[in-house]
Design a binder for this molecule. Structure first.
Ligand code: C2O
Ligand code: CU
Length: 489
């Protein structure tokens, strides 16, 4: 499909390098001091030279990639000290955790050499899979892409269910990379438009690793830590049993033939190895509507055209006709890739599925005190992104809401590309997608909007007042304007 495109290989659609299969690495667990319900921990951001799939790589990390997993328990008090040893400002966002915005403040920066203390209580009922990463507006894409990401796991009483406790747990951080030599190259205009994808696909920084299972039931905690790549996941010839989404457990396992994981999203699945042999976890082709440009487009001439605003979104049908720009077309999707091979034990006997998990609160949209509309827009050729026609302005409050209220938000994607919409501080539930009611109740903090799709969510604005943000989790789009401020009081 993209064979004719000379740019394809430089944009990361080329074949994967022939790396050998590696054994399955687990992210290390962050060491914490735990006493009397209080946990103390230290996370440090630094430049690091790592070996990624046998090749040296110059990255920014929290000490290895993925960063050390912060394992917390429901109800405990956390004193997390964060130190920035990078030569640039950064900070730490606790993605998905329901903690006060004054703590998880995306607008507060930590300067080089400085530290900041994040002190919060892990909410009851929040058992699940979260993550942490930087949130410096304008620099999120380069910092996240360079390796600043780690998992945050909250454990709760439900983890003691025999059907979960008896499973073999693995953390899977999915991320792609693009290198030039051992460095991550500077962002091109096209990267800012589409979000950068890379040609090196990794699970816990390993290329196509092999997981030798000891048990016949696996509990996989998945995170898409990529800037822009979508993973349409499937286990060849076997269903996945979804047990938790971004904000924790479902009411009961949901059998899925495949699972779409947009950037920023997490999911927990049970995998039942019912026969000996190999089970391949694959990323199926997915077209998120990113653009591919061809010809001298990205040269000076092309950039000049963009500056003159001649290439607004909507005009691209005509661009090929001018002959000046060469052609632009859908980037085509990601192709089928094997991410991981799971080798079942010799005589597998999977556990039964849990009959029920945790009750998920039923929100009553009829009780909502406000219905709001958020329209995602773009000026693609300028790589400018909007919510309700405006680019992010830290000095502007976009939405004022009342503490304790329930709101219905209608998220409308007016662009030709998928965007994962993420709200800080307040977990929400999806009510409907394209007019169709959600098939099950689930807590989310990031929801994908397909091109031209309308998704309705119910947002309880409870417990904490303050100033927080919502944005696209293709972090290039966040950096380039697709973010807004919500003030709750
Ligand atoms: Cu994971 Cu505001 O981001
Ligand atoms: Cu986006």
């Amino acid at each position: 499909k993209y064979g004719a495109l000379g740019l394809a290989s430089s944009y990361g659609l080329s074949r994967l390098p022939a790396f050998a299969q590696s054994p399955f690495p687990q992210p290390r667990t962050l060491e914490v001091l735990r006493a009397d319900g209080v946990v103390e921990a230290q996370i440090t951001a630094r430049q690091s030279n790592l070996t990624l799939s046998g090749k040296p790589a110059r990255l920014m990390t929290y000490g290895g990639f993925p960063g050390p997993t912060l394992r917390l328990r429901e109800g405990e008090t956390v004193r997390l000290n964060f130190t920035n040893n990078l030569p640039e400002a950064t900070n730490l966002h606790l993605h998905g955790l329901h903690v006060p915005p004054s703590v998880d403040d995306p607008l507060a920066l930590v300067q080089p050499g400085e530290s900041r203390l994040y002190e919060f209580t892990v909410p009851k009922g929040s058992a699940g899979t979260y993550w942490y990463h930087p949130h410096v507006h304008g620099r999120v894409a380069p910092q996240l892409y360079a390796g600043l990401a780690g998992l945050l796991v909250v454990e709760g009483p439900l983890d003691a269910l025999p059907e979960l406790k008896g499973a073999e747990e693995h953390l899977l951080v999915l991320k792609d990379w693009l290198f030039s030599g051992n460095r991550i190259p500077a962002w091109t205009h096209m990267d800012w438009m589409n979000g950068r994808e890379g040609n090196l696909l990794t699970v816990n920084a390993a290329v196509r690793p092999t997981l030798r299972a000891q048990k016949a039931t696996l509990r996989l905690r998945l995170l898409n830590a990529s800037n822009a790549r979508y993973y349409r996941l499937a286990l060849e010839n076997h269903p996945l049993y979804l047990i938790a989404t971004d904000g924790g457990f479902l009411e009961k396992p949901v059998e899925l033939p495949e699972l779409l994981l947009a950037p920023g999203e997490r999911a927990e699945v049970l995998v039942r190895l019912s026969r000996p042999g190999n089970y391949r976890l694959q990323a199926l082709p997915y077209d998120r509507g990113a653009m591919m440009m061809h010809g001298g487009m990205m040269g000076d001439q092309g950039m000049g055209m963009m500056d003159h605003g001649m290439m607004d979104h909507g005009s691209r049908g005509g661009m090929g006709d001018t002959g000046m720009m060469g052609s632009m077309m859908g980037m085509g999707a990601t192709r089928l890739e094997t991410l991981l091979t799971i080798v079942a034990p010799a005589s597998p006997k999977p556990l039964p599925l849990p009959a029920s998990l945790a009750p998920v609160e039923r929100l009553e949209p009829a009780r909502a005190t406000a219905t709001r509309r958020f329209e995602l827009g773009e000026r693609m050729m300028q790589a400018e992104f909007f919510i309700n026609g405006q680019m992010f302005d830290p000095a502007r409050v976009d939405v004022r809401a009342q503490l304790g209220s329930l709101e219905v938000w209608e998220l409308v994607n007016k662009t030709d590309m998928d965007h994962p919409f993420h709200l800080h501080t307040y977990p929400f539930q999806v009510l409907s997608r394209g007019g169709k009611p959600a098939p099950y109740r689930a807590w989310k903090d990031t929801v994908n909007l397909r091109k031209n799709e309308v998704v309705r969510i119910a947002v309880p604005l409870r417990d904490f007042s303050g100033v927080t943000v919502y944005h696209c989790h293709i972090v290039e789009h966040e950096d380039r304007g697709m973010m807004g401020i919500l003030q709750v009081k």
